[in-house]
Design a protein around this ligand. Structure first.
Ligand code: ZN
Length: 276
């Protein structure tokens, strides 16, 4: 074990980051590494008793930071939009069963229709599920995605758009998840983070790095310090805007998933201490 010392109480790791591990192993390994929190992907709960998994996580001493993910509201086909609403309602109930007070929304997009229409459907979708989210005490975090995903994954591609959407609702239950991977390039980022904090809409902070060159649009994210994102700078903006929550390591990487996960976890801890 390398000599790594530092405060890990605000380090959270997404289950997708160590995807080869079943959630039971991730819980055990994160807890023994003294990581403070875990964000749970719905895929990791497949076939599990959700309430029981929540108990297991809390018993291990980990905070449950968020359930990931809901969203994907837009479609040019009405039936698909209805299916999405039902799935988001299911996700809200799952978050509540797990004991997660936050559901991250990857909002979606449909290349068969204009982005503006997709944004309207995202707004309508959130409006429809919001009462259920409030009933269950589950907050919804809109995560703007990098514009390279604007065709199918998210019509919300900037912090400004996410702020506008959250401010439209003006609710304690709709806010924004800031992910450095998606937003680092934006010259308005500092101002929009300030605006988000001022409105009390800053709900989550995700970290990883942008590799250059990026070899895969989805599954080639880097560990903090490996790429070109000014992570410490963005974290400073987020904290100055009043954010006191977790720094969530969310890495999709075929390269890391194919390697030894114990070594990867050590590297995550080291990178978190030194490069975020
Ligand atoms: Zn993220």
């Amino acid at each position: 074990m390398t000599d790594i010392t530092g405060d890990l109480s605000r380090l959270c790791i997404h289950t997708i980051t160590t995807k080869p591990w079943p959630i039971e192993i991730s819980i055990e390994k994160f807890a023994s590494a003294e990581v403070g929190g875990i964000s749970v992907w719905r895929e990791a709960l497949k076939g599990r008793d959700i309430k029981g998994t929540g108990v297991r996580i809390r018993d291990a001493g980990l905070d449950i930071v968020a359930l990931v993910r809901g969203g994907f509201f837009p479609s040019s086909i009405k039936q698909n939009r209805d299916t999405a609403i039902n799935d988001n309602k299911k996700a809200i109930k799952e978050a509540s069963d797990l004991g997660a007070s936050l559901l991250v929304l990857v909002c979606g997009a449909d290349p068969d229709q204009p982005l503006e229409e997709s944004r309207n459907q995202i707004r309508d979708g959130i409006e429809t599920v919001l009462p259920l989210a409030m009933d269950h005490g589950v907050k919804l975090a809109v995560e703007p995605l990098h514009p390279m995903y604007a065709d199918t994954r998210s019509a919300i591609t900037t912090m400004k758009q996410a702020n506008e959407l959250a401010e439209y609702f003006n609710s304690d239950y709709v806010g924004v998840a800031v992910d450095v991977y998606h937003l680092w390039w934006d010259s308005a980022l500092e101002d929009e983070i300030k605006r988000c904090g001022k409105k009390k809409n800053l709900y989550a902070f995700h970290i990883c790095d942008w590799l250059s060159p990026t070899e895969d649009m989805l599954n080639d994210r880097g560990l903090m310090g490996e790429g070109c994102i000014p992570i410490k700078q963005i974290r400073d903006w987020v904290e100055k805007a009043g954010f006191k929550g977790f720094n969530e390591v969310e890495i999709f990487s075929t390269r890391f998933w194919s390697g030894d996960q114990d070594a990867f976890l050590e590297n995550i801890v080291e990178a978190y201490i030194n490069h975020s």
